[in-house]
Every structure is written in C-alpha cells, then in structure tokens.
Design a protein around this ligand. Structure first.
Ligand code: ATP
Ligand code: MG
Length: 353
C-alpha cells in the first residue's frame, strides 16, 4: 500500500507556522463536493498535517453536508468522497495518526443533529452570516432546502460528537463555531453538567484564499479552483489569468501590492518570505513586471503541487485502499460519537431503555 512520503510530510510541517499545540482533540472536515484545492491546503490541510503528530485528530468527509445543496444532484457528492480521501493522504495526512471518517457512516451525527435542532431557532440560522451569503450566492430563491439552512446544526453535531477543542478552519467557518458553542452551553445547562466541550477555531495565516480573479474565495462550488493535482499547464494558465494591479501598465511604473492576487499567493505559498518582501518592495518602486512575478509564482506552485499530484495519482488508482482507510476510521468514529450521543440523550431525559 502506498505510504505517506516522509519528505513531503516534513516539508509541509516545517513551513506550516502554526502554534505548537499538544494533546488536544481536533475535528475538521470538508464537504465531498469536489476535489480539494489550494484554499483547503493553505487554510486547513497544512495545519492538519502538523497537528496530527501530537493530538487526537479526526477528519470528517462531510458527504451528508454536501447533499444540503445537492439534493437533486447527489452523484456530485457520491463521486467525490474518494477524491477527498485521496487529497488528504496525498498532502501527508497519515491514517495511522488521524482518524479519517465518513459522515453518513456515523448515525450518531444525524441523531445529535435532530436533538440540537430543537434548541436553535430559524431566526438564529437565518442570521448566520456565512449561511446568509451562501444562500444569496446559490440562488435558491424561496426554495431553500431545510437541510441547507440548518447545516450549522449538523456541524455542531460533528464537532461535539468528538468533544473537539480545536477546529482548524478557514474564516468562513467562524460563525459555525460560534453557533456550536451556543448549543454546547444550552446542552450543558440542560444536563446541569459540562458534558460537552466548547471549541476554538484554529485559523491559518491565510484564512481565506481568494480565487485567481480576486472576486471571491476559492471554492469548489464556484468552480474557481486550482486543485491539488493541477497540471503544470493548468497552474501556469491560472496564474497568467490572475488579477494584478490594473493600473500597472508598464514595467517601469510603481505597482500596488494590496489586492494584487499574485502577491497574496506569493505570501501564502512561497517558502522564502524575505525574498517575497524584496519582490514587493521592487514592484512598489517600479521596474518589476507582472510577467516576472507571475513566472515566480508559477514556479512556486508547480514545485508545491508536483509531489502532491504524483502521490494523488497513485492513490486514486487504488480505490480499495482508500475505502479501507475510510471504513476503519469510520468504525472508530462511530464508537466515540455514540458515547456523546448517550450523554446528550440523558441530558434530555431520554435514557429509559
Ligand atoms: P463548497 O464550495 O462546496 O462549500 P469549499 O471549497 O468552500 O466547498 P469546504 O469543504 O466548504 O470547501 O471547506 C472545507 C474547509 O476548507 C473549511 O474549513 C473552509 O473554511 C476551508 N476553506 C475552503 N475554502 C477556503 C479558502 N479559499 N481559503 C481558506 N480556507 C478555505
Ligand atoms: Mg464551503
């Protein structure tokens, strides 16, 4: 079976830059709505690779949550479950250290969602700023799926089921964590005991990677992604089309770095921060062209993605292995989450039989 290459895991760890955190329970996840992309990598995956060494980390492939806006197109979710698992392993998540599990294989998560949903009002769900902007972007009109509006409750179930203290996420997830902690306080108050733990977000330095055109966050559903198996050509094309400073018309002119997506990506992905600082200074002074900065970024991203792509290609060709990893992790997760469910049912007084 393929194993995580040590060199990749070490390289990822060394550049991650997150605080040293030991022995915490960690839960994160990704919707199975497409291949993972550079936004996932920088917003969360890179930290997860580092965190798995000294913590109890669970990663959830959120297939049920993927259905909340794909009820009429479920194959989009079903077809992407193993893609997401392959992405995890390709970046260096090690199933011997991290529990990788499938949301739909863990009935306690759906049950917890049902119990929690009695403690959250529709008005509270409608006030969640991420849900609000996603609803606008998805053009649901008057037909918002109930599952979509309430997906923050299902996320609260995921996080609390594993008693997670830390949740490595991008900044769009902060409102979900706030709602999770509200539910935790309500359940603890019902139980008259601290049966659930509040969680904290763990944000990376780049908690919202923009799309190459700079107009929105890089996101699977918006189709503006650079995937973790992008070819050299696809990377080069995406960088060529990247938004820079529209007023930087000739090389000699001073250019603006703020809002210039090429520099945002160099900050996020280039291993040499001092070199990037020099480039910025040169660009602002004038004399550095967009062709040159884009070439530097292209080289940097191609170097980053090449080993991940090679590893991913081998993994996706071995579906049996990916299923085995997911099955094993899901069995472990089932046991752990059942314990939380039992406590929550008891808090509601539903422990007669
Ligand atoms: P979808 O469009 O289907 O919602 P997505 O690309 O937004 O997909 P998710 O599965 O919703 O990805 O997000 C999984 C995790 O990755 C979350 O913690 C989220 O904050 C983080 N993430 C997603 N996109 C970005 C991004 N562009 N920058 C930083 N973090 C991101
Ligand atoms: Mg999302």
């Amino acid at each position: 079976m393929p194993n995580t290459p040590n060199d990749l895991a070490t390289a990822t760890t060394a550049t991650s830059g997150s605080k040293a955190i030991t022995e915490q329970k960690i839960l994160t996840g990704d919707r199975a709505t497409g291949q993972l992309h550079l936004g996932h990598y920088i917003g969360s995956l890179k930290q997860r690779v580092e965190l798995q060494h000294n913590n109890q980390q669970t990663i959830l492939v959120a297939d049920m949550q993927g259905l909340t806006d794909n009820g009429n197109n479920p194959s989009k979710v079903a077809d992407n479950i193993l893609n997401v698992v392959a992405d995890y392993l390709a970046v260096g998540i090690d199933p011997a250290k991290t529990t990788i599990c499938l949301q739909s294989g863990i009935p306690a998560l759906a049950e917890l969602t049902m119990y929690y949903s009695n403690l959250v009002s529709i008005a509270r769900l409608e006030r969640n700023p991420t849900v609000k902007s996603e609803i606008q972007g998805k053009n649901f009109g008057r037909s918002i799926p109930a599952g979509f509006l309430s997906y923050p409750i299902s996320q609260a179930a995921d996080i609390t089921a594993f008693q997670a203290q830390l949740v490595p996420v991008g900044d769009d997830q902060l409102p979900m964590l706030e709602q999770t902690n509200e539910i935790v306080r309500k359940i603890n108050s019902l139980a008259n005991s601290q049966i659930l733990r509040e969680c904290q977000p763990l944000l990376s330095n780049i908690s919202r990677l923009p799309s190459p055109d700079g107009k929105s966050k890089m996101s699977k559903s918006l189709g503006n992604v650079i995937t973790l198996d992008a070819s050299d050509k696809a990377i080069s094309q995406a960088v060529k089309a990247m938004y820079t400073d529209p007023n930087h018309l000739t090389i000699d002119q001073p250019g603006q770095v703020e809002g210039n997506v090429v520099f945002t990506y160099l900050d996020a992905f280039h291993p040499d921060a001092e070199y990037v600082a020099q480039l910025k200074e040169h660009y602002q002074r004038g004399g550095l062209g967009d062709g040159k900065t884009k070439q530097i970024l292209t080289d940097c991203l191609q170097t980053l993605i090449a080993p991940i792509r090679a590893r991913r290609q081998a993994l996706i060709a071995d579906k049996g292995y990916l299923i085995e990893v997911l099955k094993k992790g899901t069995e472990q997760a089932r046991e752990e989450s059942q314990q939380t469910l039992d406590k929550v049912k008891t808090a509601f007084g539903l422990n007669l039989i």
